[in-house]
Design a protein around this ligand. Structure first.
Ligand code: TYD
Ligand code: MG
Length: 455
């Protein structure tokens, strides 16, 4: 078979396609498919045949392995998201929108690791060293022993790293790096993949930890961080709403610790500041007795976080009423509206529904179902829940409430922040109710009847 000269690759997710199309079938993004030379054609089409290789050494599972050594940066929120500190010879990807603060975060982390005694090199492919130095001085990190370089040629970078043998190298960003062996522009899927592959295998070979910055892009010409997610040990995303100063660092994959762990930061004039108690922050501006506002006791990773779920329900002038969601899944909102209609006969027909998670937080836990239902009902009935009440529980399509994990931790956090009652599913295993007044509900019908006198 003739070798294909080019292929079509999605720059958002890296899927390959036989021909060009406006939309990638794999990830659903529009205008991300670009034409590229195939990365490598491999060692020909011949099968291995009967020729023998060297063979490989096999080992067993019983041999005791020490837990990986970790180095703490001293930035507790950052260390937690890494799973308790930086594992040596690990590869970490930090993705996020341009301007969200990735360079700031990694410069601060690099400085902290350097102050903790690691040898750290920061390679910027986007900014001149003078710019990075100026930022470091503004952040008060001018005297940390981080070594800087502005370089994009990976051959030069790897030669230097091989000679210097640092403990940690930060590459800002992977999309600016290029290999002279790959015949396409920096930022293309094949360059980004090849550069990440070189860096990750260098990390494993030489015992150097690497942190790669990856921009989430909307234009098709530049590959997004998703195309290298599978190569690295840990994938972190730095997210936040524009207009909010909060930033959330979230681990979506971690070979050395729990995924879905979050670290919360605040962008200030002097860089990123840790937020050790995010619940207090997310609830700080709450209007306590407003209809449509419900406090959800959630769990992010290993830590309980209280957030405010806000709903607004208003008569619609549209034939198809609006359903707008910020910080939650739109499909899940439709599901809850359908369950409310089908199981307790409360319809949202002819009503616009807006749902917002306050503070720029994004929730993906199904345990928020009941809090969302409560916010919707509270907005629709114009009746506020008690200000000292938290809500959690997963809703099934039958209208039953399903128990959720870590109920006691949720209650403890709520108690700590001054809440005194909780509405939760009946099936939750609670032996220590943390002095909270508990209202345990079997299903949505009981909930709407008891709390709102509706249904
Ligand atoms: P940056 O780290 O350059 O973002 P990224 O590398 O993700 O593109 O951060 C850019 C934004 O952060 C910029 O809009 C200004 C803001 N910022 C502050 O508010 N305070 C600071 O101390 C710093 C360094 C940046
Ligand atoms: Mg940057």
């Amino acid at each position: 078979m003739a070798k294909p000269l080019t292929q079509f690759v999605c720059s958002a997710c890296g899927a390959t396609h036989k021909k060009w199309g406006g939309r990638c079938d794999a990830c659903g993004e529009w205008n991300t498919i670009v034409e590229e030379a195939p990365l490598s054609t491999g060692p020909g089409a011949k099968a291995l045949g009967g020729k023998k290789g060297k063979g490989m050494a096999l080992t067993d599972l019983a041999t005791e392995e020490r837990p990986p050594e970790r180095d703490g940066s001293g930035i507790a929120e950052f260390d937690r998201v890494l799973g308790g500190g930086l594992v040596s010879a690990s590869a970490t990807l930090v993705g996020g929108d341009p301007g969200i603060g990735k360079s700031t975060l990694l410069l601060q982390a690099a400085a902290s690791f350097a102050q903790a005694g690691l040898k750290v090199i920061y390679v910027s492919g986007e900014e001149a060293t003078a710019q990075v130095r100026m930022r470091a001085q503004r952040l008060g990190l001018g005297d940390s022993p981080v070594k800087l370089a502005a370089e994009t040629n990976l051959r030069e970078i790897l030669t230097t790293l091989d000679a210097e043998r640092p403990d940690l190298v930060v590459i800002d960003s992977i999309q600016t790096m290029w290999l002279d062996t790959v015949d396409s522009a920096p930022g293309s899927v094949s360059q980004v993949r090849a550069a990440a592959h070189e860096l990750v295998s260098f990390a494993k070979r030489k015992g150097v930890s690497v942190m790669l910055v990856g921009h989430v892009t909307k234009e098709g010409q530049i590959a997004g961080p998703r195309v290298v997610e599978h190569m690295v040990d840990t994938v972190l995303y730095f997210e936040g709403e524009r207009g909010h100063q909060f930033r959330i660092l979230r681990s979506v994959k971690n070979r050395f610790g729990p995924a879905d762990e979050i670290g919360v930061f605040e962008m200030t004039g002097g860089g990123l500041a840790e937020v050790p108690n995010p619940s207090a922050l997310f609830l700080s501006d709450r209007n306590e007795r407003a209809p449509g506002s419900v406090v959800f006791a959630g769990i992010e990773g290993t830590r309980p976080v209280l957030v405010e779920v806000q709903a607004l329900v208003a008569p619609s002038s549209l034939s198809q009423p609006r359903r707008a969601v910020v910080g939650w899944d739109g499909g899940r909102l439709s599901m809850i509206l359908a369950v409310l209609e089908a199981r307790v006969g409360i319809s949202f027909q002819g009503l616009d529904v807006y749902l917002n998670i306050a503070g720029g937080m994004r929730i993906s836990e199904p345990a928020a179902d009941l809090a969302v239902a409560a916010a919707l009902l509270s907005a629709r009935e114009d009746s506020a829940l008690p200000a000292t009440c938290v809500v959690f529980g997963e809703l099934s399509l039958s209208g039953a409430l399903r128990p959720v994990a870590q109920a006691e931790n949720r209650l403890k956090e709520a108690r700590k922040l001054g809440f005194s009652s909780a509405i939760a599913p009946e099936g939750c295993k609670i032996t220590d109710g943390a002095d909270m007044e508990l209202k345990l509900m079997p299903d949505l019908a009981r909930f709407t009847g008891d709390i709102f006198g509706a249904g």
